[in-house]
Write a protein that binds this ligand. Structure first.
Ligand code: GYE
Length: 321
C-alpha cells in the first residue's frame, strides 16, 4: 500500500489528500499491510503466539492478513503467493519446516516485498531472501534441558534411560532442541536416548507415542519432550500405565505455557525451559522498519529463562499465556 501511496504523491496529490486515503492508523505514512502465514494451532504456545501477533498488529496500526496453514508447508506456500498477488507491504511467516522455501521467497523478492521470518528458521543458503529472523535460540533451549539433566544425575553412575518426544519432523525447533540436548549429554555415556520419535508438537500425538514407548521400552527414567503439550499428553499415558509422572519418570519440556507450568508446580513435570511466544510487539517494530527500508539486525533473539518447581509456583499467578 505504501508503494501505491507514493505513486499517488508523485502524481501530484496533496499530502492531505494522501493522508485521507491512507486508511487510518499506521505510523505516519499510511497503514502498513502485513500478510502473516502461521504454522497452525497445534499447541498452547502457538495459540499464545497467534494472539500476540494479532493484538500487536492492532495496537501498531498494522492491517493484518492472517492465515493458518494447519501444519502444512503447501498451505504456507499458497498463502505467501496470495500475499504477493495482493501486493502486501510485508510478509511474515513462521515456517513449519526448514527446507523448501527458496522458490517462493524468490518470488517475494522479485515482487520487492520484504519477508520477515518469525519464530522458526529456514535453511536457505541465500540469506538475502529475507530481511531478518526473530525468535528463540532453540539449540540453547536444548542445551539448558541437557544441563539440568546432567546436574540432576550428577551423583549417580547408573545408566539413565531417556525417551525423547520430538517436535514436527524437519522443523527448526525439533532439529535444534534435539541437537542442543545431545551436545550436552553426550559427554557422559551413562545418558542413553533409548527411543526418540516425533509427536508433532501436539498433546494427542504426545500421548499416543508415549503409550507406545511405555510398551516397547522397559524402565524409562526420563522423558525429554520438545514442548509442553507433548509432555502433557505423555503424562496421561504415564498415569494410564500406573506410573507416577515426575517421580517414576522425570520429565523435561520446553515452552512454559500455563498448563505446563501448572504441571510443574504440581510435581508432574520436573523442569521446563522457557520459549516465549510473545513475539508480536517486536515483529511489528521490525515490520515498520523494513517497510521504510531501514536496516534491521539480521537475527533478533528472544530473551528466555527456565523453571524448576519453586520458580513455576512463583511465576504462575502472573503468567500471561
Ligand atoms: O515450542 C511448540 C510449537 O516453533 C517455538 O512450536 C515453536 C514451537 C513451540 O508448536 O509448542
Amino acid at each position: 500500500m505504501l508503494k501505491r501511496i507514493s505513486v499517488l504523491m508523485l502524481a501530484g496529490f496533496t499530502a492531505m489528500a494522501v493522508a485521507g486515503c491512507g486508511s487510518g492508523g499506521g505510523g505516519g505514512g499510511g497503514a502498513i499491510t502485513m500478510g502473516f502465514s502461521q504454522v497452525g494451532a497445534e499447541s498452547g504456545w502457538r495459540t499464545a503466539n497467534t494472539k500476540s501477533v494479532q493484538d500487536s498488529a492492532k495496537s501498531a496500526g498494522i492491517t493484518l492478513k492472517f492465515s493458518d496453514a494447519q501444519q502444512k508447508q503447501e498451505n504456507q506456500i499458497k498463502a505467501i503467493r496470495s500475499y504477493i498477488q495482493q501486493k502486501v507491504d510485508v510478509i511474515a511467516f513462521s515456517p513449519v519446516v526448514e527446507s523448501g522455501w527458496d522458490t517462493v521467497l524468490k518470488e517475494a523478492k522479485d515482487a520487492k516485498i520484504p519477508v520477515i521470518l518469525t519464530d522458526r528458521a529456514v535453511d536457505s543458503k541465500d540469506t538475502s531472501l529475507y530481511k531478518t529472523f526473530l525468535g528463540s535460540d532453540f539449540v540453547e533451549e536444548g542445551r539448558k534441558a541437557g544441563k539440568w539433566l546432567v546436574d540432576e544425575y550428577k551423583s549417580s553412575t547408573d545408566p539413565v534411560k531417556i525417551v525423547e518426544l520430538q517436535g514436527t519432523t524437519g522443523s527448526a525447533p525439533a532439529n535444534d532442541r534435539k541437537a542442543g540436548f545431545q551436545e550436552v549429554i553426550k559427554a557422559e555415556p551413562k545418558f542413553q536416548i533409548v527411543a526418540s520419535q516425533t509427536g508433532d508438537f501436539t498433546r494427542a500425538k504426545g500421548k499416543e507415542v508415549m503409550e507406545a514407548f511405555l510398551k516397547s521400552t522397559p524402565d524409562i527414567d526420563v522423558l525429554y519432550a520438545h514442548n509442553d503439550d507433548m509432555g502433557l499428553g505423555a503424562i496421561e499415558a504415564i498415569e494410564g500405565a500406573g506410573k507416577v509422572p515426575g517421580k517414576d519418570i522425570k520429565i523435561i519440556t520446553v515452552d512454559a505455557v500455563k498448563d505446563g507450568m501448572q504441571a510443574l508446580a504440581d510435581g508432574k513435570i520436573n523442569y521446563i525451559v522457557e520459549c516465549s511466544p510473545l513475539l508480536g510487539p517486536q515483529l511489528m517494530d521490525l515490520a515498520k522498519k523494513v517497510v521504510k527500508n531501514e536496516t534491521v539486525p539480521t537475527r533478533v533473539i528472544t530473551q528466555e529463562t527456565a523453571f524448576n518447581q519453586e520458580q513455576a509456583k512463583a511465576a504462575l499467578p502472573k503468567r500471561q499465556y
